[in-house]
Each structure stands twice: as structure tokens, then as C-alpha cells.
Design a binder for this molecule. Structure first.
Ligand code: AMP
Length: 191
């Protein structure tokens, strides 16, 4: 199985690039943000709790999100592999993901780290908010999310570096060029 983590700050293009990756490589896309937004739309028990955190730009607690991910993995097709988009976001989630995949006899092959400068991240988040109406894509929440990213999610860079799995990708320029860089990395690791 080809299991890949796509990693980066909010607004770094994880969702956009994931859509292109799944089309080309046939991987199963797991976006915890998309799943949570669906839970909120359905006003499920998880959705109601998650909304309180998401609206403030905070992370949904590890315990809830890890349980949610474990259930999704159990139901997901396992022929080709997964692209994990927006998960893991904490060291605890990274360790949990390794453990869950190990139980299934597989592992993460690479963590693609999309690198984008902060001023561009904010610009992209505000643009997306205006286009999609995503409630957490406003200036105040964007700053809160970036702060959370630097304190809670960035330590994962070291986690994947130590495992020899971190691949830095320049996340600026046009979408096709970024995707081309990603493809070169994926093709190298699956060969
Ligand atoms: P995203 O669409 O990936 O930017 O996620 C939107 C929001 O959902 C985040 O700001 C978090 O509040 C929440 N969220 C998504 N994935 C996770 C995760 N792995 N752990 C905790 N919270 C998450």
C-alpha cells in the first residue's frame, strides 16, 4: 500500500493537491477537516462538539479525532493506500496513526511537507473564505489556526524527519507546478 501524509499549515494547498494526487494515483482520500465539516452539517454528536473547537481555530481533542480516524480506517478500502490530509496534526496523532497502520500490516511511506510563507497563507485563507463561505476562513481564526499549527503541528516535521520520511515541497507557484513536484517525489518513493 502507498500511504502518504500531506502536511502543511492551513492554506498551504493540502486539499487542492490531495484531489490531484487521488486522481492520478487512485489513493483513498482521508481529510479529517472535510469529515468534521460533514459531521457539523449533519449536527451529529461529534459534529456539535467539533464545531466549538473549529470555530475558534483550535484542534478537536486527540481522543475524539483518533477514535474517528480508527473507525474510518476500518471501513475504508485498502487495495491501494491512503492520502492523509489534515491528519496527523499532533505528535499523539502521528504516533496513533503509525500504530493503527502497523496493526493493518502497513505504514506511512512519506510525509509531504508543503512549504508556503505566512503572508501567502493568510492571503489564500481569506480568498478561500470569500469563495466558499467556510466559517473558519476569516482573519481572526486564520491567525489562531496558524498559532496552533506552529505550536502543536510543526513538531511532526521532526517526527517524520527522524523516520526519514519527510519530503519538503515548495508549495508556491501555480497549482500544476506544485503538483509536478509532488509527482516527482511520489514516483521516486513508489519505484
Ligand atoms: P482543515 O480542513 O484540515 O483545515 O481542518 C479544519 C479544522 O478542523 C481545523 O482547524 C481543526 O479545528 C479541525 N481538524 C481537522 N483535522 C484535525 C485533526 N487531525 N486534529 C484536530 N482537529 C482537526
Amino acid at each position: 500500500m502507498v500511504n502518504i501524509v500531506i502536511f502543511g499549515a492551513p492554506g498551504s494547498g493540502k486539499g487542492t493537491q490531495s484531489d490531484l494526487i487521488i486522481k492520478k494515483y487512485g489513493l483513498h482520500h482521508i481529510s479529517t477537516g472535510d469529515i468534521l465539516r460533514e459531521e457539523i452539517a449533519n449536527q451529529s454528536e461529534l459534529g456539535i462538539i467539533a464545531e466549538r473547537f473549529i470555530s475558534k481555530g483550535q484542534l478537536v481533542p486527540d481522543e475524539l479525532i483518533i477514535r474517528m480516524l480508527a473507525e474510518i480506517l476500518d471501513k475504508a478500502p485498502t487495495e491501494k493506500g491512503f492520502i492523509f490530509d489534515g491528519f496527523p496534526r499532533t505528535l499523539e496523532q502521528g504516533e496513533a496513526l503509525d500504530k493503527l497502520l502497523k496493526e493493518k500490516g502497513t505504514c506511512i511511506l512519506a510525509a509531504l511537507n508543503l512549504e508556503v510563507e505566512e503572508s501567502e497563507l493568510i492571503e489564500r485563507i481569506l480568498k478561500r473564505g470569500a469563495l466558499s463561505g467556510r466559517k473558519d476562513d476569516n482573519l481572526e481564526t486564520a491567525h489562531a489556526r496558524l498559532k496552533v499549527y506552529y505550536s502543536q503541528t510543526e513538531p511532526l516535521k521532526e517526527f517524520y524527519k527522524k523516520q526519514g520520511k519527510k519530503i519538503n515541497i515548495k508549495g508556491t507557484g501555480n497549482i500544476e507546478d506544485i503538483f509536478e513536484r509532488i509527482c516527482q517525489s511520489i514516483d521516486r518513493i513508489i519505484k
